[in-house]
Design a protein around this ligand. Structure first.
Ligand code: GRF
Length: 208
């Protein structure tokens, strides 16, 4: 059984997609053992509770400084003894210590085709605003392993989504979520649970 900790900050629709994927059997041999949020108001915490999953908040404002917050976050994750950490809309830069400790065991979903529209400053609606401003005709989502860089770790899987002339950042965000993010993330977790993902020299291969 793959023990997964999901880290969230907001609405938690990606978390919901994983919960549903497990319930429907699309994601095999996987258990979400804990959901961790930096934001006490995150609706994702509610979704976790409704699914009977332990939900814990580790908020920066409850700690004296960044270092203490990062220690608490790492402690909270470690306590759940995960095999895999999934960042599903987690708006915190993962502490370096955590990246090292869980090398190739932390994955993130990003709402663009990395390396386009990724890195510092590209989060939430800003990604889709930049996509529309540049006028690209295709965007999408990417699931990747987390390394010390920002959106720079080995890419596991990508899915494209069409951009339409009358899109607004919000309509595009919605389509990217529905067509790409909610499909890709459970799919990748299932592949990891089945031992089908290999990382070599910074590149991912999917074995049959
Ligand atoms: C998603 O667009 C995800 O790609 C990004 O943050 C958003 C989270 O949405 N990293 P939700 O909280 O899963 O609804």
């Amino acid at each position: 059984m793959l023990r997964v900790v999901v880290c969230v900050s907001g609405g938690g629709t990606n978390l919901q997609a994983i919960i549903d994927g497990i319930a429907q059997g699309a994601v095999c041999d996987t258990e979400i053992v804990r959901v961790v949020s930096n934001n006490p108001g995150a609706y994702a915490l509610e979704r976790a509770k409704q699914a009977g999953i332990e939900a814990v908040c580790v908020a920066p404002k409850d700690y004296e400084n960044r270092e203490q917050f990062e220690e608490a976050l790492l402690g909270c994750v470690e306590e759940a003894a995960p095999d895999l950490i999934v960042l599903a809309g987690f708006m915190v830069k993962v502490p370096q210590k955590m990246v090292k400790q869980y090398e190739n065991r932390i994955i993130n979903i990003h709402p663009s085709l990395i390396p386009a529209f990724s890195g510092t400053g590209y989060y939430g609606l800003k990604v889709h605003e930049a996509v529309l401003a540049r006028g690209v005709k295709v965007t999408g989502a990417t699931v990747h392993f987390v390394n010390e860089g920002m959106d720079e770790g080995p890419i596991i899987m990508q899915k494209t989504v069409k951009v339409y002339d009358d899109d607004t950042p919000k309509t595009l965000q919605k389509r990217v979520m529905e067509e790409a993010e909610w499909v890709l993330l459970p799919w990748c977790i299932n592949l990891i649970a089945e031992g089908q993902i290999k990382v070599e020299n910074g590149r991912v291969t999917v074995t049959e």
